[in-house]
Design a protein around this ligand. Sequence first.
Ligand code: KIV
Ligand code: ZN
Length: 515
Amino acid sequence: MKHIKKQDNVLIFDTTLRDGEQSPGATMSHAEKLEIAELLDEMGVDIIEAGFPIASEGDFQAVSEISKRAKSSVICGLSRANFRDIDRCWEAVQHALKPRIHTFIGTSPLHRQIPNLSKDEMADVIHDTVTHARNLCDNVQWSPMDATRTELDYLYRVVEIAIKAGASTINIPDTVGYTAPRECANLIDALIKNVPGADAVTFATHCHNDLGMATANALAAVEAGARQIECTINGLGERAGNTALEEVVMALRVRNDIMPFQTSIDSTKLMNISRRVATVSGFQVQYNKAIVGKNAFAHESGIHQDGMLKNAETFEIMRPEDIGLAETNLVLGKHSGRAALRARLKDLGFDLGDNQLKDVFVRFKDLADRKKEIYDDDLLALMHNSSSDAEHDSLQMKSLKVVCGTDGPQTAELKMSIDGVESFIEASGDGPVDSVFKAVKTLFPHQAKLQLYQVHAVTEGTDAQATVTVRMEENGKIVVGQSSDTDTVVASAKAYVNALNKLLVRRQKKAPEVI
Ligand code: KIV
Ligand code: ZN
């Protein structure tokens, strides 16, 4: 009889909407968060960390709504080690079919100094807060923040307290991306062997990428006994980011011969969700990013192309279709009908209902009138605009007319709606984009500073759409707005307005304190 290797399950815990969104500039709107949560749920993510409910009313609303909508994922909210945070978290996640409270406290010497607690005092806080969370919810996760820089004997002690108080998942965060694979594995191994009660709980790994080792560390932790990986789409996250979901999922799949673990992720949905997260967060994926970068499956050198034509396995360890990257020569244009558009969007991961398709088709026809050939990248930009033009945005651009050229003054005539009230302004500036930004600022005064203005052509040709990215900063809060149009100035205006809408969301968010 053929020997079948036992495959252990590894849970995938996605924190794109919490740790990912915490990354400066990655603020997402309410509608965008709901959309990403739905994609994560459909893709088979076991646990979605949907946000930090106490951080803002917006976070609270998003976690509540995601909890109500999720079909199969566990929905988790983050809370610091105090009753107010935990109560607020429970208020948001209680609507979920499978709710989880995640509570944390910094246990390393440096982090203990911030709330100025002794080891014994902190141990009591951990006991009381985990007990409180467990009285509300039967699924509690506890994290000793900066675990990898915490004294080992103290880590054993606090992990044991959290387990006794009722936590069923113990997450071991490498908060500052400091550990290395062998050390990370040894730590998980030591905890499992030395902490009483460790065999009854799930150990999780949560790695940051400051030294570029987040994925390697997470996989090493799994080999040592961790059975939950905390990660984000595209590795989005604070500073250098978190372990990338697509990397651990595909590594466990492609190298299953040496890492016999399985996840419940439908990998054919990876490419689509990666694109969606890139557009809504404004963090474009680097071209050579593993798995989902534009060049991850591109072969340019002659030797590689020749090998690929003879046998794809010569230079490919996985197939593009494994991650949902469909090969296509189909180009749409102004004569394409609804059925062709629906089919193409479905291939790109957008399964639209009749009403949504009707709306997108109008935009598609409008684009096709201005641009002869519509490529996949054009459709992705169109879909991004459809979600960021959400009708509940406070600020909306209604119309724009610009005068530019060699003989100034360059002027912009702008109509905008602000909280449902329409206003009109004419402004002049140093070029068309400056005029438009001045017009917006006059209608919606603000102190945010423009840090970056960038234009990219979506496809080739002079009729190509331009994607404009705008990064703004106000009192240390950074937001990124994006929009695409065949008219670069219109795209600029919409990107600026998109950034301001995100700023309105960001303004509500308090910086979470430590305890
Ligand atoms: O990196 C970290 O320590 C965290 C915790 C809140 C789990 O994100
Ligand atoms: Zn983190």
